[in-house]
Write a protein that binds this ligand. Structure first.
Ligand code: ADP
Length: 164
């Protein structure tokens, strides 16, 4: 059976991301989640913090066949490193599709053997984005239910220690 990658900034990882990971884990032997190090972005959490938060959420959801990594550079190189030949992407709407389809064009040029598989977002997650969660967090608004329970706890601890 094939292995797949699912990559992103995941700043933070949301219930929408978790749903895609869960469903991909049911389809593939191993799913490698990749936390992208993007030097142009100034994330709330370091890549290693995000990796550990995601691993905690995945353990909490009882999913066994998922590994979480930090990677920099090109997605196709990450796929090669973990020996995956499928790239999973989540689609919330047509805007996601237009963006992801253009990325597929470049990924295919660089790595023709890497197949992209799109999973449509669950209808309860189509308005959920990491950027909306960051906006709510900055305003100290409630984000219960938007991120996995384990991540909610880690965020709450961070907010508390920042206040002290
Ligand atoms: P980036 O910040 O690198 O654009 P994200 O971490 O936001 O990436 O997303 C990574 C992947 O997860 C993308 O395929 C994106 O479409 C998908 N995704 C993001 N939010 C959701 C959601 N609520 N439901 C399903 N898929 C999602």
């Amino acid at each position: 059976m094939r292995s797949a990658i699912f990559a992103g900034s995941f700043d933070p990882f949301t219930m929408g991301h978790l749903d895609i990971v869960k469903r991909a884990a049911g389809l593939f032997e191993t799913v490698h989640v990749g936390v992208l190090v993007n030097p142009e972005k100034h994330p709330l959490f370091t890549p290693e913090e995000r990796r550990d938060m995601i691993a905690a959420a995945i353990r909490g959801a009882g999913i066994a066949n998922v590994k979480v990594h930090v990677f920099g550079g090109l997605l196709v190189d990450f796929a090669r490193t973990v020996r995956a030949d499928v790239n999973i992407r989540g689609l919330r709407n047509g805007v996601d599709f237009d963006y992801e389809y253009s990325m597929e064009f470049y990924n295919k040029r660089l790595s023709p053997g890497l197949e992209t598989v799109y999973l449509a977002a669950d209808s309860t997650h189509i308005f959920l984005s990491s950027s909306a969660v960051r906006t709510l967090m900055a305003a100290k608004a409630d984000i219960t239910g938007l991120v996995p329970e384990q991540i909610y706890q880690l965020i709450a601890e961070r907010v508390k220690s920042d206040e002290q």
